[in-house]
Design a protein around this ligand. Structure first.
Ligand SMILES: Cc1cc2nc3c(=O)[nH]c(=O)nc-3n(C[C@H](O)[C@H](O)[C@H](O)COP(=O)(O)O)c2cc1C
Length: 272
């Protein structure tokens, strides 16, 4: 049920809502926008009709246009985004204090506005918020790696984890970087593009967290350890079995401050 409502006093019958619909679900043949009955089930819920309406006359799913942020005058400048992208860093030093729950919720709710294939939006963000759980996960992971190494040897290609587990014994947390939180994004494997959806969400999280003064690090080592060496450590996290684990990211309040952008250049461009 699309629950479309048109404020006829505001609607200027410009037709943008119908024009911008990716699946031709709307028509303005009758003057005001209407759903094409036989195409209603083609709606992917993208809300383009709602976002494109210049006068806020269009409502779908019961949404109130007044509750959206107007884009005019509210977008960051290209320079600001450039600085964010060049200035965000992988953070590997963290304060020993958790991020406020409300801040974590806010970040995740914003990144849930990112694109997903066919607007699937079936992402699950599993966040280790609780510090006792984070400590247990850390300990279980290192102990598990040592046990696997002793019993069967590490899987081929993962021998590096032997040194990582040894470093942990002398207090160096290479896997989790002593971060107070771990974020895992997953999505049902039968979706149109679960891997890509997860990576996009994590990319948005990294940037948004950096803009908010938080540190993050993409955690490929952790992902390999938890999924390939000690998968039992994931069980308490209750990620559905039919999900692919898209990626893992450690995050928290940084114990390091960066003062300038890096200067990477030499990007290969294949101009045709
Ligand atoms: C997919 C991916 C996986 C990564 N995995 C790890 C990791 O396991 N541990 C780590 O310390 N850094 C990891 N990184 C961070 C990279 O090492 C880092 O992005 C790179 O050195 C450049 O530094 P910068 O992010 O500060 O620009 C990963 C980055 C990406 C994109």
């Amino acid at each position: 049920m699309l629950n479309i409502r048109i404020d006829e006093e505001r609607c200027i019958q410009c037709g943008e809502c119908a024009e911008d619909c990716p699946n031709d679900v709307l028509t303005i043949d009758g003057g005001y926008p209407e759903v094409v009955a036989e195409r209603e089930d083609q709606c992917i819920g993208c809300q383009h009709c709602f976002a494109v309406c210049p006068t806020g006359a269009f409502s779908i799913f019961g949404l109130n246009p007044e509750k959206s942020t107007p884009l005019d005058g509210n977008l960051p400048s290209p320079e600001q985004l450039n600085t964010l992208i060049k200035g965000r860093r992988s953070v590997r030093r963290y304060l020993d204090e958790p991020v406020e729950k409300s801040k974590i919720t806010e970040l995740i709710e914003v990144i849930a506005n990112g694109p997903t294939g066919v607007n699937n939006r079936k992402l699950l963000f599993t966040v280790v918020e609780n510090q006792t759980t984070m400590k247990a996960l850390r300990t279980d992971t290192y102990e598990g790696i040592r046990r696997v190494e002793k019993e069967n040897g590490l899987p081929p290609g993962l021998e590096i984890f032997s040194g990582i587990a040894a470093a942990a014994t002398s207090g160096q947390d290479v896997l989790f970087r002593n971060a107070p939180h771990l974020l895992i994004v997953s999505s049902p494997e039968d979706g149109p593009s679960p891997e890509q959806d997860c990576l996009i969400a994590m990319t948005y999280f990294e940037l948004l967290a950096a803009a908010d003064g938080l540190g993050t690090v993409w955690n490929g080592l952790c992902r390999r350890a938890l999924t390939q060496i000690v998968p039992e450590t994931l069980t308490p996290l209750k990620i559905p079995k039919d999900h692919i684990i898209g990626y893992m990211m450690s995050f928290g309040k940084p114990a390091v401050e960066y003062h300038r952008t890096v200067q990477r250049g030499n990007q290969s461009i294949n101009r045709i």
